[in-house]
Design a protein around this ligand. Structure first.
Ligand code: F0G
Length: 488
């Protein structure tokens, strides 16, 4: 399935633009509503882009989770699904795909990534204060670990926090620090080490195989298990081929199997990997399988469906195989790279090098005039939706959870994430994103802060409600009208 040469396409006129390696056969109409309606929508949704109704959204760049375009092969596979409570053929096809692609023979299906995090935290966090070292947290992983009484420590290199960087592997774990933490804490208080592929919250940044090998050595020295969050594994593998010289001629299949071979447990959200729902936990170790097995029927469903419909299981299986096709997996990273480079050329501060999943705008710089307790990234997300109809996601302090005493913990980075789901947007739509974000950057002094008016206690970013601290949205609308006239 690997088709490496399809990725490098040069234009005779010297233009450096990504080329779609697919054709569009089913389309969905989009609405671009007026700026006045967009302000009403923000008011109705508590200035929180999660709470917008897609009726009001033009380009939905909230996430790539469950929003990647499916292939004709995936859709057709859904038609021959085998409906059965137990022993479904669809499950066995998925199990075979997991074995072929991820090289793990035991599979526990779950309805999405966070369900895997729930099961792993439930099974392995045995006492209050157990510590999970990781390259960086993901919101749902952290929430489950703390829910079961565990703690985390993040072990990235300082360079990972540098917004503008040329470091190819910002997701690498600091292995010396890892060893220090293990010695101080005691291996018996560490249920596992968690490594996240394409570290989401720092801008979709990969780790290298060299780094993972070093983490494996440390883990072996102390008898610790490595749990890999493989939700964005395909993209991490693609960037390894691009950036790690040892693997420049390797296939996706080779790179993926080396990575998963270094982990004891691999879990994933299939919402990103391939399909609209689903996830899994897989391993080659029967002891581990037995430790987790009983929790699937308890939380998810029987062991051959795990809370996923058989149609989605079929789509997942095909999606896993498609992950091995470099010409397919490259589509989103190359569009992201184009978006990041174009915005950087226009002076907009972006996380670099370009990562995966989306382009990340540095709201700390764009909204340097907004204090962190007024949520610069949330403010930028709301302002950008207002002037463009484009919905991004706040990945800053609103996405952080309060500490055990109820105090705010400010995020290391205040980012606006503009997700680029696979094969969904065209280049002219990406150009619209660049145009509107560049305009907003020029007019950034008009963006104001936000304050919470409704704050849920867990994962507050999903449903929280905020208000603007002043009439800044009206001032932004006035400037938009001045510059764009009657354009939407
Ligand atoms: N791990 C990573 C790295 C993720 O990015 C996500 C989800 C999950 C686990 C949880 O998976 O949503 O299927 O329960 N990320 C989505 C996002 C929600 O928009 O970044 P899930």
């Amino acid at each position: 399935m690997s088709s490496k040469n399809a990725v490098k396409i040069k234009f005779f006129n010297g233009e450096d633009i990504p080329l779609e390696l697919h054709k569009v056969r089913v389309v969905q109409k989009l609405n671009l509503v007026s700026i006045e309606r967009r302000l009403e929508a923000l008011n109705e949704g508590g200035f929180n882009t999660f709470r917008l109704n897609t009726r009001d959204v033009f380009l939905d760049m909230l996430t790539d989770s469950g929003t990647n375009a499916m292939s004709d092969m995936q859709v057709s596979a859904m038609m021959h699904a085998d409906d059965a409570y137990a022993g479904s053929q669809s499950f066995f096809r998925l199990q075979k795909a997991v074995e072929d692609v991820l090289r793990k023979k035991y599979l526990l299906p779950v309805h999405q990534g966070r369900a895997a995090e729930n099961i792993l935290s439930c099974a392995y966090i045995k006492k209050k204060g157990d510590l999970i070292p990781m390259n960086y947290h993901f919101t749902t992983a952290l929430a489950h670990i703390t829910q079961y009484g565990g703690r985390i420590v993040e072990l990235l290199h300082d360079e990972a926090y540098n917004i503008a960087s040329s470091c190819p592997f910002k997701g690498n774990m600091h292995v010396e620090k890892l060893e220090e933490v293990i010695r101080e804490t005691g291996a018996e208080n560490i249920p596992f080490i968690r490594l996240e592929a394409s570290t989401n919250l720092i801008g979709g940044q990969p780790f290298s195989i060299q780094n993972m090998r070093e983490v494996r050595n440390v883990a072996d020295r102390y008898g610790l298990r490595i749990v890999l969050d493989a939700s964005l594994l395909g993209e991490n593998a693609y960037l390894i081929i691009q950036r790690e010289p040892e693997f420049k001629d390797a296939s996706m299949s080779e790179v993926i199997s080396i990575i998963t071979g270094l982990a004891d447990i691999v879990y994933f959200s299939a919402r990103k990997l391939s399909s609209s729902r689903g996830g899994g936990i897989c391993t080659n170790d029967l002891t581990i399988y037995r430790e987790l097995e009983a929790l699937v029927p308890l939380f998810e469903g029987f062991l051959t469906y795990g809370g996923i419909s058989v149609r989605e299981i079929e789509a997942m299986a095909v999606g896993l195989y498609e992950t091995l096709d470099e010409s397919m997996i490259c589509q989103s990273p190359t569009f992201i790279s184009y978006l990041v480079n174009s915005l950087t050329d226009n002076g907009v501060p972006m996380v670099t090098p370009p990562g995966v999943l989306g382009a990340h705008v540095d709201a700390m710089q764009v909204c340097a005039h907004i204090p962190q307790n007024q949520y610069p990234a949330g403010s930028l997300a709301a302002a950008f939706f207002l002037i463009s109809g484009i919905r991004g996601m706040e990945r800053g302090s609103i996405s952080n959870q309060r500490d055990e005493n109820g105090n705010e913990t400010y995020a290391d980075m205040e980012l606006l994430r503009l997700a680029v789901p696979r094969r969904v947007f065209t280049l002219s739509q990406i150009k619209y994103v660049i145009d509107r974000m560049s305009w907003l950057y020029q007019n950034r002094s008009l963006i104001g802060g936000l304050k919470f008016v409704y704050e849920p206690p867990v994962l507050r970013f999903f449903m929280g409600g905020l208000d603007p601290v002043s009439d800044w949205p009206q001032r932004l609308i006035a400037k938009f009208k001045e510059d764009f006239g009657d354009s939407l």
